[in-house]
Ligand binder design. Sequence first.
Ligand code: VGL
Ligand code: ZN
Length: 239
Amino acid sequence: MRYLGLLMVGFAICNLLCGGFVMAEGHEKIGIIVVDVQGDFTRFKDGSLAVEGTDEAYVRSVESATKRLKDMGYPIYATQDWHPKEHLSFYTNHKGKKPFDVIKLNNKDQVLWPPHCVQDTPGAEILIDKGLIKTIVKKGMDPNFDSYSGFQDDGGKKTGLDQMLKADGIRKLVIYGIATDYCVKATAVDGVNAGYKVIVVKGLCRGVATDTSNKALEEMKEKGILIIEDLDMEKIKAF
Ligand code: VGL
Ligand code: ZN
């Protein structure tokens, strides 16, 4: 009899713990990351690396989605590509190379881009209302390393984003911006690697190329990232 009582107490404790766990699911604190919505990546500003589908209407749709999220109380973080003129990712810094050539650098494939997002130039400006953004995380400042990810550069140097999100108690990330196949993907994947639940809002992203963007979306799904078409708060909360 005494054992049965003990067993029942054990059950009750387990239920309490498990119930609490289930309740906590879907209630992790959410942070928003707006990736590289900057002049040089847009047609809107006739940018040097303008991505297809980035007209003014696109930028306004990102801005209004971001405003909606901020009004709901979610903190907004933004990444900003912020390169020195002599950055290694610029084709102009490699003799005889053309835009979009691919070379081996630091043991990996490096796309050589038109110069873009040079520090303190209009093309580097973030295009959505800065009043919406809690913190801007600059990246790509080291001339010797590219940094698609908002978390760290290709040399492994951290930007401080993870530390900031952890300090703010964030457990789940909603990510969108430019470009699907480069900075959005790298930031989303590093988010998963850093232990966050990650959701990418596809309709608020634009990619450099269709094939690499589709491949990036598949890779993100394989990593456990939820891809949603538009800002569906039910899906975001339930994930
Ligand atoms: C990006 C290419 C070069 C991006 C940044 O924001 O996706 N792409 N630098
Ligand atoms: Zn760049």
